[in-house]
Design a protein around this ligand. Sequence first.
Ligand code: BTN
Length: 249
Amino acid sequence: MKSQSFGNQIVKLSSVDSTNNYTAKLVNNSKISFGTVIMADFQTKGKGQRSLFWNSEKGLNLLFSLYLDTSFLNAENIFSLSKAVALGLRQCVENIIGKQVLIKWPNDILINEKKIAGILIENQWKSNKISSSIIGIGLNVNQLKFPIEYKATSLFNITSKKYNLDSIVSLLCSCLQFSIDQLIQSKINLIDRNYHNSLLNFNKWALYEHEQKVFKGKILEVDNMGLLNLELKKGDYKKFNLKQIKLVK
Ligand code: BTN
């Protein structure tokens, strides 16, 4: 499959329920081409992972959805898209702040243990095959304050600089283009290596919570279905999905 041109068309909205939902409606009405970006100043029902809301002050942050042809993806490797998107977003943030940025499973972007960006990918299917994907990204840019319980930060909090959102979108599009092109070229091993090298607590003992029990685990791998493969003790391994487990410390 040929590389797609990201951000060739950009639709800017002032307020919308969710840029992902808006994109999905355009897809259903066949009114959107691959590579289109939908952005909004504000979302009334921004969607996050684990069915949570994504809250963002008006006009300060990037609320972004990118529509992609992902018919090249195998359903068994579905999470490789998430890995590639997380790597593209991580690279974009690293280029801006010039400091190391980590990915927290499955695909949160962290600086100094605080979340600066999140990803919500929604796939469209045609008879058991992925046909396209909506890549939703929320990147905290110019917002100063966040509720403490969010453990969130922004580019402004890190660098004390204000940013122009249009320049960030074009950098983000080129970073995503680079990493998704690697996926199109089937460089899955490279993506895997880079993802694990940027992964918080990879190959380190940390505390996890599952069914109200806290225990030690070491991440051995995040597979291409997105399952977290933990070593619990010598010779004892278990895979968890996103709903089953959370990192405590
Ligand atoms: C997460 O919980 O980490 C994922 C957050 C994804 C938020 C973005 S903001 C733009 C796009 N539209 C949505 O409704 N959600 C995503």
